[in-house]
Design a protein around this ligand. Sequence first.
Ligand code: AMP
Length: 542
Amino acid sequence: MLGIMQDRPLLISSLIDYAAQYHGEGAIVSRTVEGPIHRYTYTDAWKRSKKLAKALQKLDVKLGDRVATLAWNGFRHFELYYGVSGIGAVLHTINPRLFAEQIIYIVNHAEDDYIFTDLTFVPLLEQIQDKFSGVKGFVVMTDEEHMPDTTLENVLCYETLLAAEDDEFEWPAFDENTASSLCYTSGTTGNPKGVLYSHRSTVLHSFIVCMKDTLGLSSMETVLPVVPMFHANCWGIAYAAPMCGAKLVFPGAGMDGASVYELLDSENVTLTAGVPTVWLMLLNHMRENKLTLDVLERVICGGSAAPRAMIEEFEEAHGARMIHAWGMTEMSPIGTCGTLKTGMEKFTPKERYDIQEKQGRGTYGVEMKIIDDDGNEQPRDGVAFGNLLVRGPAICAGYYKGDGGQVLDDDGWFDTGDVANIDDQGYMQIVDRSKDVIKTGGEWISSIDLENTAVGHPEVVEACVIGVYHPKWDERPLLLVIKSAGSSLDAAGMLSYLEDKIVKWWMPDDVVFVDELPHTATGKLLKSQLREEYKDYKLPTA
Ligand code: AMP
């Protein structure tokens, strides 16, 4: 027997409609590429997304066509999130930090019709435009006054396009399973793979993001996503904020400590989200300039693990709680969130930090399990670890055009490539990426754990651990360290710092001090490159 309820499709356009109707006065603040801070409301954004939708239709953009963006977090990018998907076209957010060859590959793979670009990326596009096979034109996201003198072919001005339209527009209705947006994984090896979200998965994910147990968004919150709108849908925040009328603050290109601090402070931000590198820069800036943040309540950290010292500093110096969120582009992206459960408020700070160090509990809509290499499910005791598998309605079932092959097992589980444990309260902790874990004499060492312990040293700026060849143990850990300017830390000092903090057999066999470490386009340590670089490294213990 079927239920007798209205069958209304879950469409992305309903999010901005809702925001305009119930939170029309809600603010959206953006640091623009042109310079000044821009302010407007959800009603303004709603009207302009409708103008954009009409302009796109005039450009003959139809249901299913791909429209790309190369842009920072800002109000025009926000309008594209709604204007493009709202007419059933597919918003392809490109990560500008990818190598030029990767950008060329994904533009051609996605068969983008138009590319909307911030002024920043015009020079990049000028250099590579002749490698694009099907792009019909470029739209520079600025006004006539700031239009650059450019060699881009078929170039249009965003504000001129919008000025030609009125906002009398009904969003079209279509199947909620229609593709809405496309995001390529950064991929440390091989070509990037496209994750193709649907309207349904995006709206369901927005509910999950808003939940009190996840980011807990509401119209009472002011949210600053430092996480880019080109990285995994801005972790869903650009969709979830309109769902509940939260004030949005977009940082534009300013992700350094001073710029982020300025907006957090002047806009009275209550919740912010980004990767540990961003928080490292912010904390350094605040420490050096003796600054504090009083209004900020929660700092969401994802993409990589936050070291404990960072969690402690946010709480003890600024009264802000750092909460881990873990996920992947393939998961829309949020899978877990480290909010506390009832009773935990009574924990001592140390007990609470133990929880906050983990990646968090599965959110509603995300099933998780850990298995060994033979497929046997491992106990949820916080000790046993295994390959982390996930299943849910906002998790990908394959990659765009089938590239990347079959990704689900017979029961519909997706292998995240992460190795994790899950405790009896349901909190998951990432132990490592399956390809980064150090396999030594049949046992596994977590490179992440070692790195996080090493950065606890006050003179360590960044640390990276890789496995290098050892004739007896197969692999042993090598610790690469960037130390602070003027530090006289040496290998012996580094190892003696670790001595009482890790088990003996985890002790790195050597320490190398470096000036920089390579990162991927999404800010993660590029360990595949380091493994290649150090593949012939001779350990003193070998
Ligand atoms: P991406 O698709 O670029 O967002 O990368 C997803 C991967 O980033 C995951 O599979 C994890 O390996 C890693 N990751 C994401 N969030 C966290 C976190 N909070 N702690 C540790 N690793 C994370």
